[in-house]
Design a protein around this ligand. Structure first.
Ligand code: PEP
Length: 263
């Protein structure tokens, strides 16, 4: 059953958006919405994953005492430290810039950029070694769901990382279940289907680590204000990873409010 004592997380994944002028506007809107909503950090943790270009700007403006938003890198290099690796940003460089959170294993990275389980494990190892907190994304394709393999695929993705996360490091892992067929499509998993998968993930995690009961499991895939209340009511859904709707400050904060009020 649930980790109902887990503080919910709502994290906006801006992906490769927006242009600079719109970033300024989104930041201004977010500040206004967050001030109005006034959601305490211990009631719902709110994070934003902007592009690398905007990471420090967003951090300076929102990771403040007034707004308490944490910033998240959307990805990290599989190479640690510093050196001659053109185009890469390592976990150590993120940490050095006080960026403490990173998404690893988003389906777009897996599918478009060929992030294999082996590559993801290198990223995870380096991120943990640099003391970053990881939001590890898992999820099945439509084909896998339709052929009855969803659970097996997702649990395998959890098992894939078990060899590189030391027992004491599970406290630095959050899981995001994002069925690929629901990302950016407007289709959401029904709350029952999402809850069922979250419960399986929790069971799988609990077989690997006693921390399994305490790990936040976020749902992602076309979350919007219209479906957030129902999703937030599910006992094993401990928050949301929000793509499209996070580019609208009002929608994003409404989703955070749904989770803040549900637990
Ligand atoms: C995502 O990419 O993490 C995501 C959940 O996107 P969307 O909300 O747009 O489906």
């Amino acid at each position: 059953m649930s980790g109902s004592t887990i503080t919910p997380w709502v994290v906006g994944n801006w992906k490769m958006n927006p242009m600079q002028a719109n970033t300024q506007q989104l930041l201004a809107d977010l500040k206004q919405q967050l001030e109005q909503a006034s959601i305490p950090h211990d009631v719902c943790k709110i994070g934003v994953a902007p592009t690398l270009l905007a990471l420090l700007q967003v951090k300076n403006e929102l990771a403040t005492d007034a707004h308490e938003v944490f910033v998240v890198a959307q990805d990290v290099s599989r190479i640690a430290g510093t050196g001659a690796f053109t185009g890469e940003v390592s976990a150590d460089l993120l940490k050095d810039s006080q960026v403490d959170y990173v998404l690893i294993g988003h389906s777009e990275r897996r599918e478009i950029f060929n992030d294999t389980p082996a590559i993801l494990n290198e990223k995870i190892k380096n991120a943990l070694a640099a003391n970053l907190h990881i939001i590890y994304c898992v999820g099945e394709s439509l084909e896998q769901r339709e052929s009855g393999q969803a659970e097996q695929v997702v649990l395998q993705q959890i098992c894939d990382i078990a060899g590189v996360v030391n027992p004491e490091q599970w406290v630095h892992i959050t899981v995001a279940y994002e069925p690929i067929w629901a990302i950016g499509t407007g289709k959401t998993a029904s709350p029952d289907d999402a809850q069922a998968m979250h419960a399986k993930i929790r069971e799988g995690l609990s077989q690997i680590t006693p921390e399994g009961q305490n790990i936040a499991i976020l749902y992602g895939g076309s979350v919007k204000p219209e479906n957030a209340v129902e999703l937030a009511a599910c006992p094993d859904i401990n928050g949301a990873l929000v793509g499209g709707a996070s580019l609208n400050a009002e929608s994003f904060v409404q989703i955070a409010q749904a989770f803040a009020q549900s637990k």
